[in-house]
Design a protein around this ligand. Structure first.
Ligand code: NIG
Ligand code: FE
Length: 412
């Protein structure tokens, strides 16, 4: 007797399971654990079984069956580990100024950049910000993303940050595949720095008690926060039970990475200016390094950072960094393609860096990031015969189905 399940997928030309030792680094980062002519049985939102198509068909009947006729591949849904998707306005004028030679930090110094998005965010009501955020989430899902991390950071003043964290909490109520982060982005204008910082630390407990965020993050950079401030903020947050991350070495290395290593953060983002020795230390501690191929292209940075980070043995993740200043795209397929074309990753490394490793960075790898028995059925099906075609067809979209928690959400 065959077991009846909600959904079966059969005759996938490849199932890219991404199964293996977590987090993936070094040689393991290249291992995709592929099943050819594969099948998956899904019930109550979870993967009941995965293996050769014939075996799955012999054992299960699906209330719904998707027969891929060996023309399509299945991958885990992308885990997008770093976005700033709650914001008002756009920054196209600044983008054009940068293309004519102005620098990102110069524009910020003149009250533009992040400060300009802060003003535009403040001028929008909650429901408008939520509506915009959902429109970006929906776009991201159409680029294969099944789980999103979302940061605050366009409030700056603590009251405004809490307003944004409440908005993210509201988004979370309607979409359970969201992780939230309180980001300390820049010191606000017109407030004494030490007074502000004290207030932030005092409010961490409230943010924890009201379950307003899972993670904290801090932008350590010239004209943003110092490594000393990062140390105080992150160690206080750790004591309260937050998971921790850092924006570090994006434009200048001011020593933030030492704090990240010292405090054993869950992840560090950017790493453009990080030295070799520090990368080695990250690899020993299993701190995930998140890099941003679209941001690096948009800011006209050189390539090959991915290769440097992967060769140091760091568990690598890639992300779009979706935000209005440095990466106004949530096209994850483009980020993946660029990580291969410009950043020097192999296709296999790039796929692990888009699925299981970002899941580890967010501490949700028990349930997400790979196609394995008992994990959530968060899958993407692409009408491509092999995964090697993903970066080849760069800038294109071959998504056929996005399956979230066992439910077929987008179908094309
Ligand atoms: O990850 N550099 C800090 N944060 C964002 C940019 C934010 C913005 O420019 O609005 C980043 O690149
Ligand atoms: Fe960022």
């Amino acid at each position: 007797m065959k077991e009846k399940v909600d959904l079966t997928i059969i005759n996938a030309s490849e199932i890219i399971t991404c199964k293996g030792n977590v987090p993936k680094k070094g040689e393991e980062l290249k291992n995709l654990s592929i099943i050819k002519n594969g099948g998956i049985a899904i019930d109550k939102g979870r993967i009941l079984d995965v293996g050769e198509s014939e075996r799955i068909r012999d054992r299960f009947t699906g209330k719904r069956e998707i027969d891929l006729k060996n023309e399509s591949i299945v991958l885990p849904g992308f885990v997008e580990s770093h976005t700033h998707l709650v914001f008002g306005g756009t920054r196209e004028e600044e983008f054009l100024m940068r293309l004519s030679g102005a620098s990102y930090l110069e524009i910020q110094k003149r009250g533009g950049g992040i400060y300009s998005t802060v003003r535009a965010t403040k001028s929008l009501k909650e429901d408008k910000l939520i509506e915009r955020a959902f429109s970006f989430i929906e776009k991201g899902e159409k680029y294969g993303i099944s789980t999103f991390e979302i940061k605050s950071g366009y409030g700056l003043y603590i009251e405004d940050e809490i307003r944004i964290l409440k908005i993210i909490k509201e988004i979370k109520k309607r979409n359970k595949d969201i992780i939230s982060t309180f980001l300390l982005h820049l010191p606000p204008e017109g407030v004494k720095r030490s007074t502000y910082f004290k207030k932030v630390i005092e409010n961490l407990k409230l943010i924890k008690d009201e379950e307003l965020s899972d993670f904290v993050d801090i932008f350590v950079e010239k004209d943003a926060f110092s490594k000393e401030e990062a140390y105080i903020f992150l160690s206080e947050a750790k004591k309260l039970g937050f998971k921790t991350s850092m924006h570090v070495d994006q434009f200048n290395n001011i020593g933030g990475i030492d704090v990240a290593i010292d405090l054993n953060l869950n992840s560090v983002s950017h790493l453009d200016k990080t030295d070799k020795e520090s990368l080695k230390e990250l690899s020993k501690k299993d701190i995930v390094g998140i890099i941003f191929p679209t941001e690096r292209m948009f800011l006209l940075k050189d390539g090959k950072l991915g290769r440097r980070v992967a060769d140091s043995g760091v568990p690598l993740a890639i992300s779009t960094d979706f935000n209005p200043g440095t990466s106004p795209t949530i096209n994850f397929y483009l980020a993946l393609s660029l990580s291969v074309i410009r950043e020097g990753l192999s296709i296999e490394e790039a796929i692990n860096a888009s699925t299981i490793n970002p899941a580890f960075a967010l501490s949700i790898h028990e349930d997400r990031g790979s196609i394995e028995k008992e994990k959530l059925a968060n899958l993407q099906i692409l009408s491509l015969k092999t995964y090697k075609l993903i970066p080849y067809f760069f800038g294109m979209n071959y998504l056929k189905y996005l399956i979230k928690d066992g439910e077929v959400k987008h179908a094309f």
